[in-house]
Design a protein around this ligand. Sequence first.
Ligand SMILES: NC(=O)c1ccc[n+]([C@@H]2O[C@H](COP(=O)([O-])OP(=O)(O)OC[C@H]3O[C@@H](n4cnc5c(N)ncnc54)[C@H](O)[C@@H]3O)[C@@H](O)[C@H]2O)c1
Length: 289
Amino acid sequence: MKLADKVAIITGAGTGIGEAIAHKFSREGARLALAGLPSDPVDDVAEAIVATGGEAETFRGDLAEEAEARACVEAAVARFGQLNILVNNAGIFIANAETDVYRIEDFDRTVRSNIRTAFLMTKFALPHLQKTRGNILFTGSEAGINGSANFTPYGASKAFLHAFAKGVALEQAKYGVRVNCVCPGAIDTAWTRGPGGPLGLEVQKMIDGMVPLGRRGTPEEMANIFAFLASDEASYVTGALVLADGGVTPAKGMTGESVPEHLRQPPPGTLPLRHSHDGLRGKQVYFAK
Ligand SMILES: NC(=O)c1ccc[n+]([C@@H]2O[C@H](COP(=O)([O-])OP(=O)(O)OC[C@H]3O[C@@H](n4cnc5c(N)ncnc54)[C@H](O)[C@@H]3O)[C@@H](O)[C@H]2O)c1
């Protein structure tokens, strides 16, 4: 098991990619502190992990609040006695509007949940990670590399995380702490599939054609990358942005349309995921022109 004897905090662990990281890390032997907003199903994920012999504690709170982020880290260390891995995965994608009509309140919410959470969690976790020569992982995005029309602040918030991850990697190497960032493309969560999401249904239909591999990625495919980077197998990897976008970054045009149907099937997956498409529950999504 890649993560035996490791203790990990995973933020945004109740749904989507975070839920998959939680199950994958547990299967690899990690003991887990699963963090999410009060309405997130983190308890359900923890129960599923405990039912299969894993160890998982939950923390529910808004990690953009200083006191809550600090309490989350302290609770994890109090429960498990150490911290080896922090996964800064929490984030929101709640508006689809051109920049001149993008609401300032949505910009502020995006900065809070995508940037401030990651900064605070990193700040409070570092003293503990220095003791264990641990590592930090961020969930960035191809949108942080390419930019994103109609949700410009979202892409920019991810670009912040990319640069932040590299800076922390450079700064913390002298303590033996590694820092890396996974940059997913379109992943099959509430954000890219289903009504009520920030991408309209017409755009959702086009996604597979835009991706050279002809499909969305799965949360489990992302979790596999996180597990490798968090493990000692990645001991020489730090300051890296690992792009996992089905080829969309270098793509030009609808290259995915030429992929035959039988090659578009995602791997069947092995994790017992129940909340892949629950991430937008209770969240207000705003559309403008
Ligand atoms: N789905 C995609 O296509 C995609 C693509 C690129 C990057 N990502 C990134 O992957 C990560 C997970 O996204 P997802 O698709 O699984 O969506 P998701 O909505 O299922 O997961 C995000 C989780 O973070 C939680 N969260 C948000 N703000 C929080 C806060 N202030 N405090 C605590 N928890 C908070 C949410 O409640 C949610 O459970 C995000 O950082 C996202 O930017 C997703």
